[in-house]
Write a protein that binds this ligand. Structure first.
Ligand code: 13P
Length: 252
């Protein structure tokens, strides 16, 4: 049985003070959920350290939203996986569509980032997903499969064990449009099948696949009812403690 994983990607939102307030709102629900869900928040770099400290004893885990592709050196503005891990951060989101689209991240960059994450003990939440034109052209399965093959297939079995995958159709992010639960589940099924073919049945049954894209208290139940969807990567609805809590507690 895969444990659910729900992560709030705060993106470029919240000051440190706002982040601290949001975290304490989320922490208020810890007792009810601690045992049945992996609960993660991904604040901006500026308050990672503060949020790690505030999350201590709450059961909430902390993720960065990115890490550098290189280990250290003359890369102005970058933040290395080692720096992030040294704060007590456990996860890093990699390959988010906003990074692919606005910062030109390719599979080549992402292979390097994955290597840095693993070398420093960060568990990647690796994002995949097709754009609207790719879905309309019917190439969404191929696009997502390629994003998996070009990066995830390069992992060792040991590395693979720590991986979380997030399927986020780009056209559903921040738009209020959600993939229907069937559409989302179909792509998550294709991802799991690709993993099975490469890493075997057990690995495929163990990997956790999140859905992301306008997930909110109103649609979470239907999405989570799908066999191949093991949680959510939440943007907008993670910025209000009440909404995020409702997403986490959808079946209570
Ligand atoms: P929204 O929930 O705002 O659509 O964002 C999803 C997302 O990109 C999470 O990483």
């Amino acid at each position: 049985m895969r444990e659910r994983i729900v992560a709030g990607n705060w993106k470029m939102n919240t000051t440190p003070a706002e982040g601290a307030a949001l975290l304490s709102g989320v922490a208020a629900l810890k007792n009810e959920v601690r045992d049945c869900v992996t609960l993660v928040v991904a604040p901006p770099f500026t308050h990672l350290s503060q949020i790690v400290e505030a999350a201590q004893g709450t059961g909430i885990r902390v993720s960065s939203q990115n890490c550098a592709a290189e280990a250290k050196g003359a890369y102005t503005g970058e933040v290395s996986a080692q720096m992030i891990a040294s704060l007590g951060v456990e996860f890093t989101i990699l390959g988010h569509s906003e990074r692919r689209e606005y910062y030109g991240e390719t599979s080549e960059t992402l292979n390097k980032k994955m290597a840095q994450a693993y070398a420093n003990g960060l568990a990647p939440i690796y994002c995949v997903g097709e754009k609207l034109d790719e879905r309309e052209a019917g190439s969404h399965f191929d696009v997502v499969k390629a994003q998996i093959e070009e990066v995830v297939f390069n992992l060792t079995a040991e590395q693979y064990g720590k991986l979380v995958i997030a399927y986020e159709p780009v056209w559903a992010i921040g738009t209020g449009k959600t993939a229907t639960s069937e559409e989302a589940a179909r792509v998550c099924g294709v991802i799991r099948k690709a993993i099975r073919e490469e890493f075997g049945l057990e690995a495929a049954e163990e990997v956790r696949i999140q859905y992301g894209g306008s997930m909110n208290p109103g649609n979470v139940k239907e999405l989570m009812a799908q066999r191949n969807i093991d949680g959510g990567l939440i943007g907008g609805a993670s910025l209000k403690a009440a909404d995020f809590s409702q997403v986490v507690l959808y079946d209570n």
